[in-house]
Design a protein around this ligand. Structure first.
Ligand code: AMP
Length: 303
């Protein structure tokens, strides 16, 4: 049995436009997508906040997959965090049309006592002050991994830097890595970010795959060449869920395990984008995931 994995992040209602269609108030949030990916490999404990306008039944697929939702606070009379985005024809690029923090503005995460000794902690994309408040409440985590986004890098950078000093690994996309490090070259950017604290840095490059920087070595994984990509929302968080869920299941984070974890993260993300919102992750099976991981290995085999 894998060790438990705690995640703090957003549980959201998203309004998304892609070249293939649009949808309003669909289930979203960094913690939601992370939990959807990680729950295939480890028991997930989710810490977050919603308003009483949030339809909790949208999370029942996570509960069925063993995600413990006891850490979700429901604020009476509060409005759930909302995000709206529009993707370009090149789905690697999107514009954020709006971010409404709502209940996040006053959220003070409080871990159930029995969750304080969780060995694996993921600080999903959320205010870095809240990320640290969660870190303060866990006793001696075995591994701490964080994610962040342009929104936080731009608005509360000094707080983010304090959080980064306390984590073992950071997962960001290429644009965020450049913005955080202040240099255009991704290899240099990863080096600068590693000096901020995380020993391991993973840079996601959308349809161009992902880079893993660890102990002076670089590993590069492709993205799966899909014919139909409908909605990339949440792909990054789902990658993180597959990546960290796999590490938690293996109970280690050495070079080889990290490399395999990048393949599992990439496989999960490739399913996420096949349908709108988290729909494809609802009925996904472990067998399909394993088949796609094998397809990834075949993709880069040369003989
Ligand atoms: P991704 O496509 O992996 O970057 O994640 C998209 C998800 O992140 C959406 O479901 C949003 O609800 C959520 N999100 C968007 N902006 C923020 C933010 N500033 N902080 C936390 N979560 C966010």
């Amino acid at each position: 049995m894998s060790s438990p994995l705690l995640v703090v992040g957003t549980v959201a209602l998203d309004s998304v436009e892609t070249p293939y269609g649009k949808a309003s108030d669909v289930l979203g949030g960094s913690a939601t997508y992370f939990a959807a990916g990680a729950s295939f490999f480890a028991p997930v404990r989710l810490v977050g906040v919603v308003g009483d306008d949030f339809p909790m039944e949208k999370l029942s697929f996570l509960r069925r997959r063993g995600v413990d939702l006891a850490g979700i606070e429901v604020v009476p009379g509060g409005k759930t965090f909302r995000w709206a985005g529009r993707y370009h024809l090149d789905l690697n690029h999107r514009d954020t049309l709006g971010t409404w923090l709502n209940v996040l503005e006053t959220f003070q995460p409080k871990l159930p006592d029995e969750w304080r000794d969780t060995p694996y902690v993921f600080l999903a994309n959320i205010d870095p002050v809240l990320q640290r408040q969660v870190l303060d409440q866990v006793k001696t985590p075995k591994l701490t991994v964080a994610d962040t986004m342009n929104f936080w890098i731009g608005s509360v950078r000094p707080e983010l830097v304090k959080t980064l000093a306390r984590v073992d690994a950071l997962i960001v996309n290429d644009e965020e890595a450049r913005q955080l490090a202040g240099v255009p070259n991704l290899v240099r950017a990863a080096g600068i970010i590693r000096q901020m604290g995380p020993r391991t840095v993973i840079v996601k490059k959308g349809e161009h795959g992902a880079l893993l920087f660890h102990e002076g070595k670089v590993f590069s994984a492709p993205a799966y060449p899909l014919e139909d990509v409908f909605d990339p929302t949440g792909a990054g968080d789902t990658f993180a869920g597959g990546f960290y869920g796999y590490l938690a299941k293996q109970g280690k984070a050495d070079e080889a395990t990290l490399r395999n974890a990048v393949l599992y993260g990439s496989a999960l993300a490739s399913f996420c984008v096949e349908r709108f919102g988290p729909d494809r992750l609802v009925d996904l099976t472990l067998k399909e995931i394993e088949e796609r991981v094998q397809a990834f290995r075949d993709l880069v085999r040369v003989s």
